[in-house]
Design a protein around this ligand. Structure first.
Ligand SMILES: NC(=O)c1ccc[n+]([C@@H]2O[C@H](COP(=O)([O-])OP(=O)(O)OC[C@H]3O[C@@H](n4cnc5c(N)ncnc54)[C@H](OP(=O)(O)O)[C@@H]3O)[C@@H](O)[C@H]2O)c1
Length: 308
């Protein structure tokens, strides 16, 4: 019997992984969602029947219970938890002590060469551990566009990302979850590292056009400088850590380091990853403007000015 523990279980990747494991209903696989607030997690659509266990990286008293009988861990480091020596490594030491057999660590593309990423230090730490690990390095999440950048697109008709003319490869977090589950369920992935990508890379002029075509109104690429972006976000009272993380990510894109594309996802799962155009269409409601009565403005605009 496998017992799989998923950290960051209410976030982008963790939630998709839970939903996938639940829908596939593997025999001899039990999974536990490690969450900070069980009552809140139970209310999330699609996972109410999961097994939950209270867990906080910054609360070592929660480690022992959550690790009881666990054979594999999906380790998702929350962006907020950047002091990995203080909050991630002690948890890994405990996992080692209780005999966990395999850890799938969700890192990020480029982490192996970028010392400044917290995931770089965590990747290196695995080299010193006795537990076999699999490091998964996804490209940038498509869901950033429907969360972090949603209001810029919805309210200001612009993509405000300091990536210059750089190309970015986006992957859907549901595909990251598929890759994780393939690694957990199938043998042969221990002590491997995989970079996984979406099907194509684009610059933000192309991405803005995809939005314009789908939403029926012009979405521009604002192409801010990194300094301007940082100033704007700090002015909007965003957390410094959040702003720095985003700036680093998109500086890498600006320098052409976020555009690689490979077939690893296909090899792991046997099918092609989701593409950005379909993602924008599927999630389009979150970028549609609405008036106070809730009528989508897009449809009014279309009636007045049909697109040729
Ligand atoms: N964004 C990207 O484009 C991208 C691309 C590749 C890789 N990554 C990597 O993906 C990881 C983030 O994954 P994600 O986007 O799925 O996460 P996310 O959506 O930001 O969610 C973070 C999760 O961690 C939980 N959490 C926060 N603080 C915690 C704590 N102190 N103890 C225990 N749990 C805590 C949150 O729980 P609550 O619900 O309680 O807040 C939530 O479930 C990062 O390591 C990042 O480097 C990101």
């Amino acid at each position: 019997m496998e017992k799989i523990l998923i950290t960051g279980a209410t976030g982008n990747v963790g939630l998709s992984t839970l939903k996938l494991l639940q829908s596939r209903n593997y025999p001899d696989v039990e999974f536990i969602a490690a969450v900070r607030d069980i009552e809140r997690a139970r209310k999330i659509e699609g996972i109410s029947d999961c097994n939950f266990c209270h867990f906080e990286f910054d609360e070592p008293s929660t480690y022992e219970k959550v690790l009881e009988g666990v054979t594999q861990i999906v380790l998702i480091r929350p962006n907020q938890v950047s002091d990995v020596s203080k909050y991630i490594f002690p948890f890994l030491a405990k996992a080692e002590k209780v005999g966990v057999k395999h850890i799938v660590f969700v890192s990020i593309v480029g982490a192996e060469r970028n010392r400044i990423f917290a995931n770089h230090r965590t990747e290196n730490h695995f080299k010193k551990m006795s537990i076999p690990s699999t490091i998964l390095r996804p490209s940038v999440y498509m869901q950033n566009l429907s969360s972090l950048h949603r209001l810029d697109i919805k309210d200001h008709d612009r993509i405000n990302i300091p990536a210059g003319a750089g190309f970015v490869n986006y992957i859907d977090v549901r595909d990251v979850a598929e890759a994780i589950v393939a690694i957990l369920i199938n043998p042969g992935h221990k002590n491997q590292a995989y970079e996984i990508t979406g099907p194509e890379s684009f610059d933000f002029y192309q991405i803005a056009k995809m939005f314009s075509d789908d939403l029926g109104r012009e979405i521009k690429y604002a192409k801010p400088s990194t300094i301007r972006f940082v100033r704007q976000k700090l002015h909007d009272k965003k957390q410094l850590l959040y702003v720095v993380t985003l700036s680093l990510l998109y500086s890498a894109a600006r320098n052409g380091k976020m555009n690689s594309r490979n077939d690893v996802f296909e090899s792991l799962t046997g099918h092609t990853p989701r593409n950005l155009v379909d993602f924008i269409h599927e999630y389009r409601d979150c970028w549609i403007k609405s008036d106070p009565l809730g009528t989508p403005k897009k449809s009014l605009k279309r009636l007045r000015r049909p697109r040729l």
